[in-house]
Design a protein around this ligand. Structure first.
Ligand SMILES: C[S@@+](CC[C@H](N)C(=O)[O-])C[C@H]1O[C@@H](n2cnc3c(N)ncnc32)[C@H](O)[C@@H]1O
Length: 252
């Protein structure tokens, strides 16, 4: 399901930053897979598509010669820009407010990254992504599952089941295989917890049920959240699989 820009704008203030523990673990795994495939970030010109708050771009900024960080959400980029300034890394980063579709590719980059972003979701996006690198590309997407303790209870209480909307990583791998592009891939488990007020938790549940195509029953949600509420907050814990794919582009 395509998410509107406003979804990302609204998410920005609670989206994890580069300091978040779960994000740091993921980044270490992703960079490790890239390193084992021969990727070196030192002095490279890097494009990060759908960079968000800079979870991957910030740890790379001190090594790279330049990072071009592209995202369609101004609030995400504001958080990123603020952290970059605090870290005195402004001269290393060019920030671009644009969707991947609208971005005019005027050059290639040594390394191109797209992590957890719907910017790279169609075959056309895949091809533009592949053609934007002169050497390496790093793709991170959902693997086979994403379980959230409270949302999963609600799905059951709605007598529904989760439609499988994941597997974007496999779709990208299939595309690379069809094009005979040399690559490696690896899956890993990640988990994180988030605290919400009752009202925000309610909205979160409605939007997640809708994403699974389930018509939300408000009284079921309220009743469930009341049971889960402790000290005026509701904690959601998510366990999910992510996949990382690193490819080398010989053909550009
Ligand atoms: C889940 S966040 C990922 C952020 C970061 N790459 C990470 O791995 O933590 C997805 C980001 O993609 C951005 N995004 C969504 N659709 C996009 C598009 N079509 N073009 C560019 N950015 C997009 C969103 O604004 C959001 O910041």
């Amino acid at each position: 399901m395509e998410l509107p820009n406003s979804y990302w704008d609204k998410l920005a203030s609670r989206y994890p930053r580069y300091t978040d523990e779960s994000i740091r673990r993921d980044a270490k795994f992703i960079f490790g897979v890239a390193h084992n495939f021969g990727v070196e970030f030192e002095d490279k010109n890097i494009l990060d598509i759908g960079c968000g708050t800079g979870t991957l771009a910030i740890p790379l900024a001190s090594k790279a010669s330049k990072i071009t960080a592209l995202d369609l959400s101004q609030p995400m980029l504001d958080i990123f820009a603020n952290d970059i300034t605090t870290l005195n890394l402004d001269n290393k980063v060019d920030i671009i407010l644009s969707s991947w579709d609208d971005f005019e590719l005027a050059q290639t980059y040594d390394i191109v990254i797209a992590s957890m972003t719907p910017a790279i979701s169609s075959i056309e996006h895949f091809d533009k992504f592949i053609s934007s690198t002169s050497s390496y590309g790093i793709f991170v997407g959902w693997g086979d599952y994403k379980n959230n303790d409270i949302v999963d209870i609600l799905i059951e209480k709605h007598n529904a089941s989760k439609s499988k909307t994941f597997g974007q990583t496999q779709k990208f791998i299939n595309h690379l295989m069809a094009k005979n592009i040399h690559h490696t891939s690896s899956y890993f488990e990640t988990s994180w917890s988030d605290d919400y007020s009752f009202d925000d938790a309610f909205e979160y549940c409605i939007s997640h049920l809708e994403r699974f195509g389930i018509k939300a029953n408000e009284s079921i949600i309220k009743e469930t959240l009341q049971i889960k509420q402790q000290n005026n907050k509701i904690t959601f814990t998510t366990n999910a699989q992510k996949g990382v794919v690193v490819f080398k582009n010989f053909f550009v």
